[in-house]
Design a protein around this ligand. Structure first.
Ligand code: G1P
Length: 293
């Protein structure tokens, strides 16, 4: 059972300056909920309970968000506003939150390695909160966890992107082993125009087996002088197995202004305006029941 989910959240969010000058980019609201909360809900829906956050300087708001605020609770207790805290309250009751500081920004691979003391020797999920993923039926992490239970190896989520966009992503190529599932043979971080091995781009959802930590330790700085998880995963793919999964659902790149606006419009119309949307506990229960069955 995968219980732990790692959230690398130490980055600066420079594309959203000045909004992110003193506010963590993961706290940018999509309608009325911070980006990272969508990721935590997705992890809970997949039956994960231990949220491990890699933070950096100036990220206190993140920790405060996933904690009780007694003064506020007292203030709105018994008023019509109280219901606005229902979701976050149940989320805090369902999951635990632990934090570790990344003092230097040396890339996503380095951020994941920084989280090692929180993860230990367990398979774990990684969520990049910038990538907001929605699916009406089963969340992307729940889909990936089901695959992990079957194949027991690292899995990256991929989506098809136009060739003109491949330079923004890690890109994989591999052999299709069944519908929407590939065994990775090659993987390149942000390939130069015209050199991408395919149009299957990695998006910010990973399931990693713990041997990845050793592989990251052995990984030299790559694209942009940073330690890339893509390079460590390629080593894992060469020596064992890594799968790439074309997930069901929609993904919004909230690291870009355009994607953020699209996500906001989508969430306003489909989540905020649909008060019957399932709470994390209800959906987790459903997933657990499905796993038992
Ligand atoms: C990171 C990864 C990249 C992946 C992307 C998904 O890049 O390094 O392989 O495709 O996330 O969002 P970043 O966007 O952090 O530069």
């Amino acid at each position: 059972m995968i219980k732990k989910c790692l959230f690398p959240a130490a980055g600066y969010g420079t594309r959203f300056l000045p909004a992110t000058k003193s506010m963590p980019k993961e706290m940018m609201p999509v309608v009325n909920k911070p980006l990272i909360e969508y990721g935590v809900e997705e992890a809970i829906q997949a039956g994960m309970t231990d949220m491990c956050v890699v933070t950096g300087r100036g990220k206190h708001a993140l920790m405060d968000h996933f904690d009780k605020n007694y003064e506020l609770e007292h203030q709105i207790s018994g008023t019509s506003k109280e219901s606005l805290l229902t979701d976050i309250r149940s989320l805090i009751d369902t999951a635990s939150f632990t934090y570790i500081r990344q003092s230097e920004m040396k890339g996503l691979g380095h951020a994941i390695l920084t989280g090692r003391p929180l993860i230990g020797d367990n398979p774990f999920a990684v969520v990049l909160a910038d990538d907001l993923c929605v699916n009406t039926d089963r969340g992307v992490l729940a889909q990936m966890k089901a695959l992990y239970n079957q194949f027991r190896c690292s899995i990256v989520a991929v989506q098809e992107v136009p060739e003109s966009e491949t330079h923004k992503y890690g890109v994989i190529s591999g052999e299709m082993i069944k519908d929407d599932l590939f065994r990775v043979e090659d993987m390149v971080e942000k390939p130069e125009a015209g050199t991408a091995p395919s149009n299957l781009a990695i998006i910010g959802r990973y399931i990693l087996t713990p041997d990845i930590f050793e592989l990251i330790e052995q990984t030299e700085p790559g694209k942009g002088g940073e330690i890339q998880i893509t390079d460590a995963l390629l080593k894992q793919a060469k020596s064992g197995c890594v799968l790439a999964y074309k997930f069901k659902g929609q993904r919004f790149d909230c690291g870009s202004v355009e994607g953020y606006i699209e996500a906001t419009n989508y969430c306003y119309a489909n989540i905020y305006k649909q008060p019957s949307a399932a709470t994390p506990q209800k959906t987790e229960q459903k997933v657990l029941e499905a796993e038992v069955a």
